[in-house]
Design a protein around this ligand. Sequence first.
Ligand code: SAM
Length: 329
Amino acid sequence: MLKDNHGRTINYLRLAVTDRCNLRCFYCMPEEGLNWLSRKELMTYEEMFFVCSLLVKMGIDKIRITGGEPFVRKDIMKFLFSLSQLPGLGQVTITTNGVLTAPLVPELKKISIHSVNLSLDTLDRNRFFAITHRDELPAVMETLEQLLRYDIDVKLNAVVMEGKNTDDLIPLIHLTKELPVSVRFIEEMPFNGEGSHYKQLAWDHIRIFNTIKEAYPDIQKIPDPPFSTSYNYHIPGHKGDVGIIAAYTRSFCGSCNRIRITPQGMLKTCLYDDGVLNVKDLMRSGLDENALQRSLMDAFLKRARDGWEAEKNRAEKLPVHESMATIGG
Ligand code: SAM
């Protein structure tokens, strides 16, 4: 079992396959988009597969494919298929905005994608446009329907934003009455590609919970699965569950089992660090598998204790502000 210097198990990789996205969520990137990476700055599928295989040999048993928007990268389905065949890899999961996903759901089912996290901040078409700058709510809802139709485990992730979607908390929870989905509310983080609008967190996990509790006084705490980043709840009589992710308050670092690789091959051993090793550069410099494994292990043994320490250790001392699209959420 792969362990870090604080005795924490590492078994979960989040791999961002592109920085490009077909939405422009204001909390993630500027409306004009980012300075997109060129193709040669991106890891190739062969490089991604090589590093995934190595990490699986080292102890990773779950890989989440994210982005940017994973489905905007050409040939992503072929890559998902090869990952799904990787011996020793227990779960392949995906985080998507759902804009292009609906027609691909039957194939996702066929290749045994374990679960899909669908980002959905609002059920209101006007608010969706105001948040994402694109009129794509119907496409996202179609993806949700397809995922349920094909019986793929779905989590809906909603970032809670003052003045933008706090009226959606209760309607989103209402979905769990009839649908077997988990709706998770996420504290907004400063990863917005510019650092401008983020001032302080208006909706922390406590305020989110109190608001839900007012509407559903009989909401019950349920056990959190191992390594869960969410505090999980159930409303009696509902088919689905509710979760709250204290992403900014960072209260789950003590059991963090995840590492990240960005589209340009940067390994992050904490969401809040600024990258500890570039695996793409190492592979392109001709490092062999054993040497790459040693470099990875070395990075795992220097992991920050928590997100606060990782943020303090960043080379660039400014508060974090890069886009989540370059990290993968
Ligand atoms: N495009 C895919 C999607 O929308 O799910 C995957 C990548 S997206 C960067 C992953 C997740 O990060 C989304 O659920 C998004 O809402 C979340 N995210 C992006 N910026 C964020 C921020 N500043 N604070 C909290 N969550 C954020």
